[in-house]
Design a protein around this ligand. Sequence first.
Ligand code: UD1
Ligand code: CA
Length: 451
Amino acid sequence: MGNAVILAAGKGTRMISKHAKVMQKVLGEPMIGHIADHLENAGIDRIVTVVGYKGEEIREYLGTRSEYAVQEPQLGSGHAVMMADALKNEEGKTLIVNGDCPLISAETYKEFLNESEGYDLTVLTMVCEDPGSYGRIIRDKNGDFLRITEFKDCNEEEKKITEVNAGIYCADNQLLWKYLPEIRNENAQKEYYVTDLVQIFLSHGKKIGAVIAKDPDEMMGINDRKMLADANTWLKHKVNERLMKEGVTLIDPEHTYISKDAKIGKDTVIYPNVVMEGHVTIGEDCVITSGSYLRDAKIGDSCTVDASEITDSEIAEETTVGPDSHLRNGCKIGAKCRIGNFVELKNTTFGYNTKCAHLTYVGDAEVGSKVNFGCGVVTVNYDGKHKFRTVIDDGAFIGSNVNLVAPVHIGKKALLAAGSTITEDVPDGGMGIGRVRQSNKEGFGEKYLNK
Ligand code: UD1
Ligand code: CA
């Protein structure tokens, strides 16, 4: 239960990009995706994302996970919050979250919400060795929280303060909407700062709090490419440490890039320079070698993926893929299959123990169990306008260099002669042969070579 506003309308000038800043990826997922994941996991069930610069990219990516408010022009973070007035009538607390803080975990949000109990407005702060250009937390002699001063508005003394604003706020929703109109833009940047709410709440005698976060790195607000790289490195270490604790061998965790929610079974070994993005699940006792790229993939126990790419696809236990193969667009490969070198499979299913070891393309096909593909088989699935399906039943043997011109159906235990171009169905147990008959010319070769 709870509401959140994500501020994501800013141009992100410092990123030097033609995309919305919050669409920049950290370990393969846009920053805004990380934030939505964490807020959802913290129990927030109503999210309003304030979009502006390249807002359509954000809407397309987040879809129905969020509602949207448009901020045009972008007059500052406080002005951005004002746009989320769809939340005006909600009761309880509202979290306000900068869209460029993707590393803050659900646990931190939950703790922050708990610690906000009893306050009308709370700010998440952090203490940094190098506080850079973050807004400074100004406290009085007794340590009571007074206001936030943006770096550009700080005097030399204030610039030395190491406690800074992380850009995460929790406000009583009714008071928030009451006081938002009081924000003014009388500051160095002529912007409406959300941070001014602190002083405004205080001036009305409301209770304000500042909660210091345990890990300042997690609070990182990503403004430029350097910080984007730092965020990648930080999250990579966190994910890789979790996986190692769970019994996964990472030969070189410094050079292994695995998405934050990946589930990997124990005794699986991951070589350096492996990248996994999106939703990846891998069983136990697998080996994933260098150069492999997995996105939205499910791998059973005891599989090998050797320098191969698997996207939007599943392989069952004891199957081997690669080196240098590519499975994509909804492939479902059964157990104990062998997909060898330079094989591309697209939108294709294999049953149990089917083998396709060399230089082959199978697309839009339904292949049964114990089928054997020779080298260089091609499903001809596309006529330039439409895609057609190939069906190959259990136990069929597809000779080398066969073209299967779809739609075509190869029956159980059928045999296709090497080099055939198959344009018609072959019945169960039959043999399909479709190639030009060979003729030999006596002595012709020797004569030619001696010329
Ligand atoms: C902001 C805080 C600063 C804090 C830091 C933490 C303000 C005024 N300052 O600074 O105190 O230390 O975050 O990371 O808030 N945005 C809009 N519309 C706008 C302007 C900004 O939606 O008109 C969004 C941005 O897309 C971004 C977020 O608000 O996601 C913060 O804006 P940004 O410009 O990054 O603020 P900082 O200067 O980093
Ligand atoms: Ca920022």
